[in-house]
Design a protein around this ligand. Structure first.
Ligand code: PMP
Length: 379
């Protein structure tokens, strides 16, 4: 949310996505909207057939490679259809009808991915976090011998459950849905067969999926796979099998440049840890006024779902937060409650405003006799 542009009093957007974008990136987009790169036309008018597009895309890829230290064994693909389409694309490209495919389930999206994959290959759930309040430990993963791949979701956006380790799969290709924590911290890309992420959280507007795929995984696509879901064809055609989403690709380039300018992903991780700690601290110190289900080691630094003790007070919280310019704090419709998403572009100042609001809301909504009891206990 652009505090400088949209309103005189700052507004902060805590939506899970599409969500907050860097204010200065949005301003650059605005300045280039009518005349991109001094070419005399808008970036929205840029054709993927123009050489200017090819060089722009090349630059985006090179910068992504630099930011994530992507080794030359891996290709960077730009796809459409959202991360949800990847749930079907993956088994069609990387397994046969007879292969077992392993899925680690620690929340809504990984469960959904497993359900889709089961239409194409027998799925073995190798690790299951029953209540989505934690991720299974490595010792709990019962990997299938000879599985075609192991799939997991490194950060469950709805449940707020984030892996604190990279699963060891002993040579079986590891595939990760990183939609909601992509670019939030460094990644050791060579450990993965494929990483994929929708763009509309840490990258830019909706409409793009970035996939980083180890090239020796390609070439095994099933014959019935729609061409637009055939990753080998997409790789061979430089992500331009059809008209690509030019604008989100351009936006992605600006975001990646911004992250490089900010010092890269180590730096982002430090800032993200700090922002998440600010919110978890206010929750932990609230004597149960606010609560989080996820266990400490798996508490997400990107998406923090939290509850208040009843629905009435929760609705009041959301309404007053909105009035205070703190937007998008509603939980996912499937689970309700509240959720604060702290993507890269959320400034520390926005999180400061949120935690101040939460602390004040608690004071204003704690009955006097409880306050007195608490004061007595701490005296
Ligand atoms: N995976 C994760 C972790 C998500 O958060 C989401 C929702 N944005 C999806 C998959 C589905 O993404 P899309 O809506 O782009 O299909």
């Amino acid at each position: 949310m652009v505090e400088q542009i949209t309103t005189s009093s700052p507004v902060y957007n805590f939506s899970a996505g599409p969500g907050v974008l860097f204010a200065d990136v949005l301003q650059k987009v605005q300045s280039e909207m009518l005349n991109w790169n001094n070419n005399g036309y808008s970036v929205l008018e840029l054709s993927h057939r123009m050489p200017e597009f090819s060089s722009m895309l090349m630059g985006v890829k090179q910068n992504l490679r630099k930011l994530l230290s992507i080794p030359c064994t891996h290709d960077v693909l730009f796809l459409q259809g959202g991360a949800t389409q990847m749930f079907s694309t993956i088994p069609m490209n990387f397994s046969t009808q007879r292969d077992t495919v392993d899925y680690i389930v620690n929340g809504y999206w990984s469960r959904y991915a497993a359900k889709e994959a089961n239409k194409y290959s027998p799925v073995n759930i190798v690790g299951y976090a029953n209540d989505s309040a934690s991720c299974p430990d490595q010792s709990e993963l019962r990997l299938s011998p000879g599985a075609a791949y192991v799939h997991y979701c490194s950060n469950e956006t709805i449940d707020g459950c984030e892996f604190d380790y990279v699963p060891e799969t002993h040579g079986v290709p590891l595939i990760c849905d990183m939609s909601s924590n992509f670019l939030s911290r460094p990644i050791d890309v060579k450990r993965y067969g494929m990483i994929y992420a929708g763009s509309h959280k840490n990258v830019g507007p909706a409409g793009l999926v970035i996939a980083i795929v180890r090239m020796d995984m390609l070439g095994k696509c099933r014959s019935f796979t729609p061409t637009m879901m055939n990753l080998t064809e997409i790789s061979l055609n430089m992500s331009m099998l059809n008209t690509p989403p030019v604008f989100p690709m351009y936006f992605c380039g600006l975001t990646v440049q911004k992250l490089l300018d900010m010092g890269g992903l180590r730096e982002m991780e430090k800032i993200n840890m700090l922002k998440a700690k600010m919110v978890y601290d206010v929750i932990n110190q609230s004597n149960g006024f606010y609560s989080v289900r996820v266990l400490g080691k798996n508490r997400s630094i990107m998406n923090i779902p939290f509850g208040l003790h009843n629905e009435e007070i929760q609705n009041k919280f959301l309404m007053e937060a909105k009035k205070a310019g703190l937007l998008g704090l509603e939980g996912h419709p499937k689970v309700g409650k509240c959720r604060a998403s702290l993507y890269n572009a959320m400034p520390v100042e926005g999180v400061k405003r949120l935690v101040e609001f939460m602390a004040q809301f608690q004071i204003d909504n704690t009955p006097l006799k409880l306050c007195l009891a608490e004061a007595r206990d701490t005296a």
